[in-house]
Design a protein around this ligand. Sequence first.
Ligand SMILES: Cc1cc2nc3c(=O)[nH]c(=O)nc-3n(C[C@H](O)[C@H](O)[C@H](O)COP(=O)(O)OP(=O)(O)OC[C@H]3O[C@@H](n4cnc5c(N)ncnc54)[C@H](O)[C@@H]3O)c2cc1C
Ligand SMILES: *[C@@H]1O[C@H](CO)[C@@H](O)[C@H](O)[C@H]1NC(C)=O
Ligand SMILES: *[C@@H]1O[C@H](CO)[C@@H](O)[C@H](O)[C@H]1NC(C)=O
Ligand SMILES: *[C@@H]1O[C@H](CO)[C@@H](O)[C@H](O)[C@H]1NC(C)=O
Length: 521
Amino acid sequence: MPLTLYSTSLASAACLLLTAATLVVWQKSCKCEPTWIKELHALGRPRKHKFPGTAVICGGSIAGIVTARICADHFQRVVVVDPEIEDPEKPKTRIMQYNASHAFLTLFVNGARRLWPTFDAEVKAAGGRIVPADVQIHYAGALLPTPFGDYAPGQFPDTLVIRRAVGQTVLHRLLLKHPTAANITPLTGTVRGVNLTSDRASIESAVVRLSDGKQISVNDVAMIADCTGGAQSGLKWLNAAGFPLPDNLRCHYNGNLCYLTLCFDVPPDLASELPIPEALKKTAFVYASGSPIDDLSWLIALAITDNNTMQFLIGNTAYEDLPRTSRQVTPFLKASKLPIPSWVLDVLDILCERTEPSFDTIRLPAQSYVRYDTAPAKALPCNFIAVGDANMNLNPVYGQGFAKCIMNGIALNSLLHAIDTKSIPSAVPGDFSARYFKKSASAVQGLWDSTRFHDYGSPSCEPMEGTGTFVRWFEHKLVTAVMEDKEVASTFWHVRHLLAAERAFLAPTVLWKILRTPSRF
Ligand SMILES: Cc1cc2nc3c(=O)[nH]c(=O)nc-3n(C[C@H](O)[C@H](O)[C@H](O)COP(=O)(O)OP(=O)(O)OC[C@H]3O[C@@H](n4cnc5c(N)ncnc54)[C@H](O)[C@@H]3O)c2cc1C
Ligand SMILES: *[C@@H]1O[C@H](CO)[C@@H](O)[C@H](O)[C@H]1NC(C)=O
Ligand SMILES: *[C@@H]1O[C@H](CO)[C@@H](O)[C@H](O)[C@H]1NC(C)=O
Ligand SMILES: *[C@@H]1O[C@H](CO)[C@@H](O)[C@H](O)[C@H]1NC(C)=O
């Protein structure tokens, strides 16, 4: 062989090898576990030497409960301030979505089990169901399969099925029952503002209005967490304390979304008459249907919830058109373009005729994200964080709210554990807030972008920046490929339950299949 030819083939062989190696590395890096999953195991692990001072948790709902539990592993004292924190058994009145149908992702269940080893037992005692996370979601009439084949029989990851109000009661009880509760003080009141240290580097105290109108100061603040949900009050407190935060820190768009939840009381004898296929009585949803099509922004879901109740959810953009009475429910669905199986309509007909469901109709405020992660250096007090909806308030269509609290909590827990404990630090470091928001954002940013770009496809949506055209083009091909290919279906399921990062769609073996699938939508 002439030398030149020999070296050319050697070079192309090397090239091929290099390409193959690149592909392998690319594949591996896309499929590797996201940071929050790698760090999940440390959730619920207490540190030896606790930070002196008080962690003040402002808000005692999901984010507040998760944050208080984590902080009790790290701080000598935890105070949870909420006007309704006193009695776990009392229904909450200040949470708009308290009666709305909720689905829970596997990441939430996995996180809650780490924080509370008795989570499953408490949930079951309250009547909730822990079942494999098979949500029976259909798009355009076709089922998006659940990847049971990836796991040994009986090992498939779980989800929780429970009315939100009952689930929240369980979490509240768990917080107060856990051994760390000895360091947690619930304080019935409303946080009104914060006061800074003299060098203005951190928050020194929180101003709380008690239920009798008296104002007190919670001093000795080691860390303060805004867990006020959609109120996102931290922004107001920081502004009032003279922190000049950029005007555009809070970004938002308005999907003009509404959610209707019907809740039915279904005694066992009535339940046995419902024409629900036997296998579907054990899945997370009995039936669910979503739509990736731009002018048909719909979600419906039927679930067998706790204590002989069932819930039916309609998510839509036409608030005025939603059914207001039992009689309007199935006619409304029949008039829609959704390919709903007739047995689902039969079940709803029976439930609407034989019971008196409650109607919970919610018009959602705009979706918003406070970009604390983009604040300039030193723009935030070093011991301020925001968790849950106080940081990012999503369209709930993918059921990510509770799991998002866990993602924030994992970031917080890992950062706290990374601080050296031997030389007991007197306070969290000067860049703590900035590091928390950066780390948290790297986990949750994808949820914000993919949800809003999806929502931009609806004619009712008032978008912020970007168009999302490319993302929706990809989403349509992706959902089609999920119906046709096992590997894509498995990736999709893992990403949806937040067990994998979205970059998993870019793994060459997956991406190739998605790109070559012509969209059905
Ligand atoms: C219609 C709808 C359906 C949803 N469906 C799902 C779903 O299926 N799955 C899912 O995971 N998520 C879902 N979500 C989202 C989920 O409900 C939220 O993400 C979750 O409630 C966020 O918890 P949070 O603790 O951050 O805020 P919230 O639950 O809103 O609680 C805020 C708390 O802060 C307290 N508070 C407010 N201001 C102050 C103050 N100044 N001082 C002290 N306390 C204060 C309030 O009293 C309240 O207790 C849905 C949301 C909506 C609107
Ligand atoms: C939830 O439903 C109960 C019972 O129907 C009702 O009394 C309560 O006001 C509702 N709460 C919210 C926040 O909508
Ligand atoms: C649900 O049922 C359990 C018993 O199975 C009971 O202890 C609990 O109080 C019930 N909860 C509600 C909200 O009805
Ligand atoms: C502390 O903060 C509260 C609420 O923002 C404010 O009213 C009060 O004047 C502040 N106190 C001091 C000493 O700055």
